[in-house]
Design a protein. Structure first.
Length: 94
């Protein structure tokens, strides 16, 4: 199985779409490329958060060949394509 891993802010998450799990760009790309959509984006996050979560998730995949997302749960994946959407540099963590 192959996966598309995406992470970023609300734009990557699919905020303001009526059906975000079916209409967001990561789902469209995953379907087109015949991959599982593993979207781990969140609304309101900083670039530091995006970086840290991405490194954690991809490091876990390197060790175990497993990715996690809220919609799919744990996915065993032999190949991962990564797309990261950065947010405004003025966003910080508290």
């Amino acid at each position: 199985m192959k996966s598309l891993y995406t992470n970023g802010d609300s734009a990557v998450w699919g905020a303001e779409l009526e059906n975000k799990t079916e209409e967001r760009f990561s789902k469209i790309l995953a379907d087109r490329w015949m991959r599982i959509d593993c979207n781990n984006a969140s609304a309101g996050v900083s670039n530091d958060y995006i970086y840290r979560q991405t490194m954690r998730d991809i490091s876990h995949w390197i060790d175990t060949q497993q990715l996690w997302s809220e919609e799919t749960g744990w996915v065993i994946s032999e190949d991962v394509f990564v797309v990261i959407g950065l947010t405004a540099p003025t966003r910080f963590e508290w």
